[in-house]
Design a protein around this ligand. Structure first.
Ligand code: ATP
Ligand code: MG
Length: 724
């Protein structure tokens, strides 16, 4: 039932093939963007399994985002007819979570431990600072949070952090208190997942041996961005037995601010005595002009390991640059281009709109919304971070574990049940005195005639009843029951603008249902873990063809037919902050390199002379990165004359002509198999005749005059024309 080996390898070049088929040994694949690193890694997994060198069970593969992990699983199951459920493929956080769930007792955690996302973590930090009476000018909660995460990233517990001054001693005191609070509630933050899993492996020899025996092959994508602790975790797991296969690109290291450093590559070579380093130099993703731009840009960085990327594809189209007067103008321009590309047949999901900072997405979203273009935002306001979803999850968390203070505080008075702030404060004091959770403290109230605490016995009864009722229900029904009985549904139904929120709540039932369908462990606790880790890459309305919006950071590893990179202004990209940090500018440039290399065929770079950001208008100069791209690769687009009706212009001509683009070069008629004068049929537009051709290969386009639909430019790759 297996595919023949040759079909796995048919689309690999000799270097790629070598990397895929190397025997059991440590390997580093060091190669630039789009050279097939991820493809090699995935194919190697399939090859190892298919050739019987290891079972699916014996593989651990780590990648950077949930989206990438999912794509990897899809690719593997398309190559091999195996069930990928039991495979350890995921993000560092996801895998650590899995390990901690399996060994919660040895890790010192309650079975139903919950995960705090960074907003939750901030809330806990604030509560602690308040209870300690800390001066919030001197010790802003965010800074404390950063301190804690940083210490954890270095593998340090509060008791291990060295202090030299009063300020640091204070910080450590907060950290200690935070640790105790988390332990009391049975919750872990993101950094804790990794640290605790690392400690588990260090301390528990039996578990370490178990995984050491099990994982014969460990494969790591985006290796340049692994942090110190992640690297140490990998090293422990690999012990001396696993063959570690690491792929990375030093030019795409974009998480130095989070503790990642490319030094890991050198260390890896040394620690594992790597004798095989493979370089891939052919880029299969982008056309020549795009690649030349990326190469020219990154050449401005120092201390690179140095790689050359080339492509056998032609130069392709010039990179389009748009100089907008304002951010609104920029957004309008993008909307128009997206529409016309879409009309040519490029699916919306093959177009990405990238920006440096999340705050930039608002104006863009607004314009897209007004133009009724479907879009999906990754990593912005994530599904699981929406207010109504967080409320719902808080109820679910209380059903799983009522000692979860964070969850309790979120919903104890939502929907309102007359529990006053004073009453809560008293409760908190009481909990502190008893060294217990708020829930335990609540169980003791209700006797006195305390007006501030009226409502509490009702809340306790509600949670108890839900816990009882849900004990035997399947997951989606638990969610449904909770929505109904908590009062959330009624609350949002009564709210004026609650329709969206109700829809999202219903989507949560769907999310639970598909979770049951996909996951091995379909308990409520497992679902809650999934919800905390799934960075919203699973938004409501999934499956629909939609334009992809995301920050450059979250675009890593992905590719699109067309990419719009907006906000190319000094201060925005490169970001203001980068000036204060050593190596900050070079990291921004690597980020820019990542952005450029996401595009396969078409790339738009835009900037706005003025922009509203964080409530004020900024006047900007174009980003220095634009100047680092050779002029010969760029084509400057002028705003379309506002006096001409845009719609008119677009429906019967192509945008580029309207902008004075050189439409057809000498290679004008190179679309193979198609000729001017040929009759064709299009699924949507009906019968027509080709009146013009341009471009090659994946870019070949034809202009067709349709009987009913007028004249249109269509991309042959997507238009699926039928010759008649
Ligand atoms: P990044 O650094 O951006 O993560 P990468 O090195 O991981 O890039 P891939 O995403 O694996 O590159 O590959 C880039 C594109 O090139 C993909 O569409 C992939 O399918 C294609 N590709 C890779 N190798 C080949 C090949 N030998 N023949 C044809 N296409 C290939
Ligand atoms: Mg990749």
């Amino acid at each position: 039932a297996l595919f023949p080996m040759s079909s796995l390898f048919s689309a690999l070049n000799p270097e790629q093939l070598e990397a895929v088929t190397l025997p059991h040994q440590p390997v580093l694949v060091l190669a630039g963007a789009g050279s097939g690193k991820t493809r090699v890694l995935t194919t190697r997994i399939a090859h190892l399994i298919q050739s019987g060198q290891v079972g699916p069970h014996g593989i651990l593969a780590v990648t950077f985002t949930n989206k990438a992990a999912k794509e990897m699983l899809v690719r593997i199951s398309s190559m091999l007819p195996i069930n990928t459920h039991g495979m350890w493929i995921g993000t560092f956080h996801g895998l650590c979570n899995r390990m901690l769930r399996a060994h919660y007792q040895d890790a010192g955690l309650p079975q139903s431990f919950q995960i705090l996302d960074s907003a939750d973590q901030l809330a806990v930090t604030k509560r602690i600072l308040k209870s300690l009476g800390a001066d919030d000018e001197k010790f802003p909660a965010r800074q404390v949070q950063w301190f804690i995460n940083n210490a954890k990233e270095e593998g340090l517990r509060a008791s291990q952090v060295e202090t030299y001054d009063d300020f640091a001693r204070k910080m450590v005191e907060f950290y200690l208190c935070y640790e105790q609070q988390c332990n009391k509630e049975g919750v872990v933050d993101f950094a804790e997942l990794l640290l605790r899993s690392y400690e588990l492996l260090t301390r528990n020899e039996i578990i370490r041996e178990h995984y050491g025996m099990r994982f014969r092959h460990i494969l790591v994508d985006e290796f340049q961005d692994t942090s110190r602790l992640q690297y140490k975790w990998l090293k422990l797991l690999a012990s001396n037995r696993a063959a570690v296969f690491a792929v990375g690109d030093d030019d795409q290291s974009i998480y130095a601010f989070r503790g990642a450093n490319t030094g890991n590559m050198k260390e890896f070579e040394r620690d594992f005595r790597v004798s095989k380093i493979i370089k891939l130099e052919q880029n299969y993703r982008s056309h020549g002009n795009i690649l030349d731009a990326a190469n020219a840009l990154i050449r401005n960085n120092s201390g690179r390991l140095g790689k050359n990327l080339w492509t056998s594809e032609g130069h392709g189209e010039p990179i389009r640059v748009y100089n907008a007067a304002t951010d609104f103008d920029e957004a309008a321009f993008i909307v128009e281009e997206v529409k016309s590309l879409h009309a040519e047949g490029v699916p919306l999901s093959q177009m990405a709109l990238l920006y440096r900072s999340n705050a930039q997405s608002r104006v863009l979203e607004h314009a897209l919304f007004n133009a009724s273009l479907a879009y999906r935002v990754y990593g912005g306001m994530r599904f699981f971070e929406r207010q109504e979803i967080k409320h719902a999850l808080a109820y679910l968390r209380l059903i799983a574990n009522p000692d979860d203070d964070n969850a309790l505080l979120r919903v104890v008075n939502f929907p309102t049940r007359g529990i006053g702030l004073r009453g809560l404060e008293q409760l908190q004091d009481e909990a502190e005195r008893q060294g217990s959770s708020l829930w335990s403290a609540m169980l003791g109230t209700g006797k006195g005639p305390d007006r501030q605490k009226k409502g509490i016995p009702g809340f306790v009864a509600l949670i108890d009843a839900m816990r009882g009722a849900c004990e035997r229900l399947p997951l989606p029904e638990i969610v449904e029951h909770m929505l109904e009985h908590s009062g959330l549904t009624a609350h949002y139904r009564a709210e004026r603008e609650g329709a969206d929120r109700l829809e999202n709540l219903n989507e949560l039932i769907n999310a639970a249902a598909s979770f049951v369908h996909e996951a091995e462990d379909d308990t409520l606790v497992a679902f809650l873990g999934h919800a905390s880790l799934e960075a919203g890459e699973h938004q409501a309305g999934g499956g629909q063809d939609a334009l992809q919006l995301m920050t450059v950071h979250s675009a890593k590893g992905l590719e699109f037919h067309s990419v719009f990179l907006s906000g190319l202004e000094e201060g925005l990209f490169p970001h203001d902050n980068s000036r204060n940090e050593a190596g900050g500018l070079e990291e921004e440039r690597r980020l820019m390199y990542v952005a450029l290399t996401r595009a396969r065929r078409r790339l738009y770079l835009s900037f706005a002379q003025s922009r509203m950001l964080h409530g004020q208008t900024r006047y900007n100069v174009p980003s220095r990165f634009l100047q680092e791209i050779p002029d010969r690769l760029l084509k400057s687009l002028q705003p379309v004359q506002k006096t001409v009706s845009r719609n008119q212009q677009r429906s019967d001509s192509n945008t580029e002509l309207a902008r004075g683009m050189p439409a057809r070069g000498p290679e004008g008629d190179s679309a193979p198999g198609w000729r001017i004068g040929q009759n064709v049929i299009h699924a949507k537009f009906g019968a027509g005749v080709i009146i013009n051709c341009e471009g090659r290969g994946a870019d070949a386009r034809v202009e067709v005059r349709f009987g009913r639909a007028g004249t249109k430019w269509l991309l042959l790759e997507y238009a699926k024309l039928i010759p008649v």
